[in-house]
Write a new protein. Sequence first.
Length: 187
Amino acid sequence: MRSLSLLALVALVRGNNVHRYVHMNDLEKLEAEILGKRSTELNAVEAHTGQTPLFKAVSEKKTTAVKMLLKAGADATIGDKDGYTVCHEAARLGHHEILLMLLEKGLPCTTDYHTDGFTPLHRACTGKSEAHTAAVRALIKAGAPADQKAKNGMSPMELAVDNAATRGLLKTRLKKVEMSKQYKAEL
């Protein structure tokens, strides 16, 4: 028991091999490590970043490492030191492929409010790239309401001010929602 505590302390201070192999994108060593005797390191949190290996893989856009860690049973609900989850990070980066993996795992990416009042949809809407629009599309397809207000009252549309493609996507979705409401009201 004492050696496990010491191992956990070292992992907390310096990170661990799983963190290291994710950062290096050394998939062979990562696979060997997560299949090996140190699989308890899957959810170890680095002291200086507050990140698990999974969070690090998401933040560094290492899709294959994310897939491997999820398959190995990494806990995708552990946030970083600031409370951001892997869903928030993938959305912030506009990484729709990783978002789709997280949604497949059943994570609440569509309703995951951070203490700052933003959901992953709000984060994706602040991005300017096509990748952010793809992330918004994935979240809306998964059920994130296109009119979902942040706790500060801002809507996804207001946050997408610098991305015409995202605004167009949101307008189309909002129009469909409105038409559906009107249809139901007429019944």
